[in-house]
Design a protein around this ligand. Structure first.
Ligand code: DX5
Ligand code: ZN
Length: 219
């Protein structure tokens, strides 16, 4: 599960197939799909139909990030659409253990996501049950925002917690990641990285992707 996941939120949707093939050829580990409902977050993106179309385009794992209310109602649909991993937010899933169990019942990897203003102490009880924690390093809703620096301390603290308790849990970071900050994020303890605008808004998308991958591979 480790590696770079490209968020297609900033991709050109009239040319999604070639946009995905580009990052695939550059060597990314997966495609990150941002699902927004205009309710939990102030933006609407796309739903299972697009995920299903993406699934037909690529063999890469599909990492579905649900920024929607009533997640339980839609998890089966995203599983059928081809999701390999699904993350749901702590903030709006009050029966989190049930929701995580539901994701796992479809044999998918399950993640819990937390907003910049949410402390990791809130997710201590769910940590043994998740495959990854998604630390939002911007406020969810839009691509192309600036990385919030205080996320680094949060990543470090979570990594310490995971090591101390020997949890089998990855740390994914999402928002404002580019070639200039990815190493410091990795060194803080993250091992799954989401990048959208820094790839899809670059002039040369392959070059931008390869540069980020190169930075990740450095010590
Ligand atoms: C924001 C999304 C992110 C976003 C990342 O709500 O969860 O996945 O698309 O994009 P960048 O890399 O542009 O911040
Ligand atoms: Zn996301």
């Amino acid at each position: 599960m480790k590696g770079l996941y490209t968020s297609i939120l900033s991709a050109n949707f009239s040319n999604l197939e070639s946009e995905i093939k580009l990052v695939e050829s550059a060597g990314v580990q997966g495609i990150h799909c941002d699902i927004m409902d205009g309710h939990f977050v102030p933006n609407i993106s796309y739903g299972p139909m697009v995920v299903s179309a993406v699934n037909k385009i690529t063999e890469l794992p599909l990492d579905v990030h649900l920024m929607i209310d009533n997640c339980d109602l839609f998890i089966k649909e995203f599983a059928n659409a081809g999701a390999d991993y699904i993350s749901v937010h702590f903030e709006n899933n009050i029966h989190l253990h049930r929701t995580i169990s539901l994701i796992k019942s479809f044999n998918l990897k399950a993640g819990v996501a937390i907003n910049p203003s949410t402390t990791i102490t809130n997710i201590i009880e769910i940590l043994p049950f998740v495959d990854y924690v998604l630390i939002m390093s911007v406020n969810p809703g839009y691509g192309g925002q600036k990385f919030i620096e205080s996320s680094l301390e949060k990543i470090k603290a979570l990594r310490r917690l995971i090591i101390k308790n020997k949890y089998n849990c990855h740390i994914q970071v999402d928002g404002g990641i580019d070639a200039s900050n990815i190493r410091v994020i990795k060194n803080a303890g993250a091992d799954m990285f989401v990048a959208g605008a820094s790839i899809y808004r670059a002039k040369d998308k392959i070059k931008a992707t390869k540069l980020i991958l190169k930075e990740i591979s450095k010590k």
